[in-house]
Design a protein around this ligand. Structure first.
Ligand SMILES: [Zn+2]
Length: 339
């Protein structure tokens, strides 16, 4: 729960409105050339020009040999869990100032929330988001509580990269800026628990899992919501192998279904099409390919708690009184593959 005080704008003196801010990135880099760092900052700008939450995201970035001919880069995020209701309510509260985000208020309550899950898999009752995502939702003091890092990106030095997309991408190389923007997207919160489930199934494990915010918008073809009532009550589909879609009643885009038991691409991505049809969060890119942030990427970020329209800095004190019952871990890595 978040309280916003609204009466703190001074009547004195200056008539200048509070200026809007953008998402700010702070990179801690190792092994990165100046060209690579320049391209990394351009990738960050591609998000900062579209997301306006006044917070700083700290990302550790390494250029290192991943010894994998198919993996261009990988990201791991710091993730936090809390009880379902306070995080659900925080998301609803955060979306309240964006007129086109009315659907968020229809997210299932704890008693309404259900999901299709494979045999042997259950829900913990918690809800997860990346630490960066929590920052965008207005949660304060996380760097003091959990350390400043919000996630880590490892670029595979085994690939040849082109660090300047402005003049096209040299044949046989990867567009570094596209890859970087993709990995940043995971750390911001484009993650699905379906990848954890997929891993468990592939290793004959059973147990309880914690869905991420993006999973609240994940439906299968067997339960396709068409009304706000459907959106509140229909089961989300968290089964790898099952065709599933991002759905907010007005936007629909297919997800990948799992690297091990699904369609061979991690479920924390749009569906692979071979042409980056859906956006920067497609699971694979080809040599020489340049991809940008799509309306689907942006809608997903919008609905998990980012501000996609510039708003004045709130004259506000943000508190979270729900009791953040959180602990940290590194998420299983999200990998960007070649076609
Ligand atoms: Zn990825």
């Amino acid at each position: 729960m978040k309280f916003i005080t609204t009466a703190t704008i001074s009547l004195c003196c200056l008539a200048v409105a509070p200026s809007a801010q953008a998402l700010n990135f702070n990179f801690i880099t190792t092994g990165m050339s100046s060209d690579a760092t320049t391209a990394l900052n351009l990738a960050a700008s591609s998000w900062s020009s579209k997301l306006f939450d006044p917070v700083t995201i700290n990302i550790t970035v390494n250029m290192t040999n991943l010894n994998n001919a198919r993996v261009i880069a990988g990201a791991s995020s710091i993730d936090l869990w809390t009880s379902y209701t306070p995080l659900r309510d925080l998301l609803v509260s955060d979306a309240a100032n964006e007129a086109d985000n009315g659907i968020v208020s229809y997210l299932p309550t704890a008693s309404q929330f259900s999901a299709f899950l494979p045999t042997g898999i259950t829900k913990t009752g918690y809800l997860a988001a990346t630490k960066a995502n929590f920052k965008a939702l207005g949660e304060m003091d996380l760097d003091n509580q959990f350390g400043i890092n919000d996630g880590t990106i490892n670029f595979n030095s085994g690939f040849a990269f082109d660090y300047d997309a402005s003049n096209g991408i040299t044949s046989g190389t990867m567009d570094f800026e596209t890859v970087a923007a993709h990995e940043i997207g995971h750390i911001l919160g484009f993650i699905s628990v379906v990848d954890d489930i997929d891993y468990m199934l592939a290793n004959n494990q059973s147990g309880a899992v914690t869905p991420y915010l993006l999973d609240l918008f994940r439906f299968g073809t067997s339960a396709n919501p068409t009304t706000t009532a459907d959106f509140s009550t229909m089961s989300r589909d968290l089964r790898p192998t099952v065709a599933s879609y991002f759905d907010d009643l007005s936007t629909q885009a297919p997800f990948s279904t799992g690297a091990f038991t699904g369609d061979s691409y991690q479920a924390s991505h749009w569906k692979e099409t071979g042409s980056n049809l859906w956006g920067i969060m497609d699971p694979a890119i080809a040599y020489s390919q340049i991809a940008g942030i799509s309306k689907y990427d942006l809608r997903a970020m919008d609905l998990i708690g980012y501000e996609v329209t510039a708003v004045p800095l709130p004259p506000a004190i943000w508190l979270f009184a729900g009791g953040l019952l959180a602990w940290t871990r590194f998420a299983r890595r999200s990998l960007l593959n070649t076609h």
